[in-house]
Design a binder for this molecule. Structure first.
Ligand code: DX5
Ligand code: ZN
Length: 225
């Protein structure tokens, strides 16, 4: 039985102390989830490759960059150079998702597809076998601290169903509004990794918040391998 992994999103961390905030949970968590936004695909603007490179040296935990931008291929390579091990993009903004997946992989990163709440699994189903990760969004992309969208839970199970039925390699990750009140149903629906931003960095004690979530995930072990 394995523990579902935890990927803190730094979106609600204190950007004035970003390196220290990340270092405070480094070694506790499995990934850092870095939300890149361009003010076009989503109505918010966050940070670029230079910020990712600046914090790369502060921690050991691998980086997963979630590109909420209109032209992911224009920047994917620079985020890999900045230290991203995994790059996830939204397929509806690319003319040829399969080509984008190949290009990001060729740049040296693992590749994920993010499914916006308004996008059905059917529209991206043919790409599920091409990626290392499928990110099911349970909030509308753009901001941390939003309410969890319960209506997205069946979508998690639908994606997990395809992964299991077709013996795909992809991990299923859930992103948005995950906290101690919502994590149980997210894991029950099939998540392999959960993103948590405000649940970890909104309070005063990120390590304690991360430890509470990990303790809960320990109690929710999944699988039979
Ligand atoms: C939203 C981002 C999420 C968000 C998660 O556009 O993709 O990763 O930061 O933050 P919480 O956990 O606070 O919803
Ligand atoms: Zn995200």
């Amino acid at each position: 039985m394995r523990r579902v992994k935890l990927a803190p999103s730094i979106l609600t961390a204190d950007f004035a102390r970003l390196g220290q905030e990340m270092a405070s949970v480094d070694g506790l968590v499995d990934w850092f989830h870095l939300d890149v936004m361009d003010g076009h695909y989503v109505p918010n603007l966050t940070f670029g490759p230079d910020v990712v490179a600046a914090v790369r040296g502060e921690v050991e935990t691998p980086f997963h960059v979630h590109l909420m931008i209109d032209n992911p291929l224009e920047f994917a390579g620079r985020f890999v150079e900045a230290g991203a091990r995994r790059i996830t993009f939204h397929p509806e903004v690319t003319p040829d998702p399969s080509a984008a997946i190949k290009e990001i992989r060729a740049a040296g990163a693992e590749v994920g597809l993010a499914i916006h709440p308004d996008i059905t699994v059917e529209t991206v189903r043919k790409h599920l076998s091409e990626v290392d990760l499928i990110l099911v969004m349970t909030v509308r992309p753009g901001f941390g601290g939003q309410r969890f969208m319960n209506e997205m839970v069946p979508k998690i199970a639908e994606v997990k169903g395809y992964v299991e039925d077709e013996a795909l390699d992809a991990e299923v990750e859930v992103d948005g509004g995950v906290n101690l009140s919502t994590v149980n149903e997210v894991v029950a629906a099939g998540a392999d990794i959960v993103v948590a931003g405000s649940a970890i960095f909104d309070g005063v004690d990120a390590p304690a918040a991360a430890a509470r979530l990990i303790e809960r995930l320990e109690g929710l072990r999944v699988g039979n391998e």
